[in-house]
Design a protein around this ligand. Structure first.
Ligand code: ASP
Length: 317
């Protein structure tokens, strides 16, 4: 197993499957009256959030606590970062506190890599979203959710729609899904596809309607207004008309297909409220699954992944 989780591309197929299988075992903990395992007792997990987050931060905190780790939550607002403290000095402080794992979200692409490779911290570094670059645990929880509905992902068709340019979720999903053997199609207006997308393991299209009929999964992306310093499409209305998922479009999907969104949603923009709340939507389930997947990642990175230990965790679960 790898030492840090910085990118989906760090994972071999075996690593990814081990995380998903371990998460499957750990999911049952959430439905018990006492939602706790002793596995990471005495270990310290720091959540280092330089950017806003609802689901990811809460989910990592719940995951660490359910494994009995000590959790320190750090958010840049209200800390000495707002007084100009550097990433290095912040990292050295965490090292002095004895962090065994640091979960980092940062507005700059590459910040988690810097932490992992500068050796300021001895613990495992987990990328919880860096700029427009990657968000590997989101991709893992998405793959986990798909697998629970569709079984093995080999040959499954996943259509990812919208603001791919600014989406770390899209990149991490494209990489992970191709490792798992799925076929990914990205659908976006030309202005919202990144330069160099031809080197990604995906197909691309500018037309949503044609990419729905055979999809097993359609994943809608948030239009990331906060990262847009230019006009990428003529108007919100036109965007919704061409790239939004509404009931009429949802009817084109095969019977078994599921609708996903990483959140936060712009209801009425990339997805209508009735689609988001429909029976095909697994958006709330994605959040539940996120805790189990992050438990698996913390467990495997912090306690090693020898077969004996994995078996023990599964037995405890
Ligand atoms: N929550 C996801 C992320 O942090 C997706 C989004 O913000 O649109 O990347």
């Amino acid at each position: 197993m790898i030492r840090h989780l910085l990118s989906s591309a760090d994972l071999s197929k075996d690593d990814a499957v081990l995380i998903l299988d371990t998460a499957e075992e750990l999911l049952s903990v959430a439905s018990r009256p006492i939602k706790k395992l002793p596995t990471l007792r005495g270990r310290t997990v720091v959540n280092l959030f330089f950017e806003d987050s609802t689901r990811t931060r809460i989910s990592f905190e719940a995951a660490a606590k359910r494994l009995s780790a000590d959790v320190i939550n750090f958010s840049s607002k209200g800390s000495s970062v707002s007084k100009g403290e550097s990433l290095k000095d912040t990292a050295l402080t965490l090292q002095a506190m004895g962090a065994d794992a640091v979960v980092i979200r940062h507005g700059s692409s590459g910040a988690p890599h810097r932490l992992a490779h500068a050796s300021w911290i001895n613990g495992a570094i987990i990328n919880a979203g860096d700029g427009s670059h990657e968000h590997p645990t989101q991709a893992l929880l998405d793959a986990f959710t798909m697998r629970r509905h569709l079984g093995d992902l080999d040959g499954r068709r996943v259509t990812i729609v919208g603001d791919v340019l600014h989406s770390r979720v899209a990149r991490s999903n494209a990489l992970l899904l191709s490792i798992l053997g799925a076929d990914v199609t990205l659908v976006a207006p030309p202005t919202l596809l990144p330069v160099g997308v031809d080197s990604w393991p995906v197909q691309t299209s500018y037309e949503l309607d044609g990419a729905l009929d055979k999809a097993d999964v359609v994943m809608m992306l948030r239009v990331q207004g906060e990262r847009m310093n230019d006009a990428f499409f003529p108007s919100a209305r036109e965007y919704s008309r061409r790239y939004g998922l509404d009931t009429r479009r949802m009817r084109r999907l095969p019977e078994h297909a599921i609708v996903m969104h990483p959140g936060p949603m712009n209801r009425g923009m990339e997805i209508t409220a009735d689609v988001a709340d429909s029976a095909r939507s697994v958006i709330v389930e994605q959040v539940t699954n996120g805790v189990a997947v992050r438990m698996a990642v913390l467990y495997l990175l912090l306690s090693g992944s020898t077969d004996a230990e994995s078996t023990e965790a599964r037995e405890e679960a």
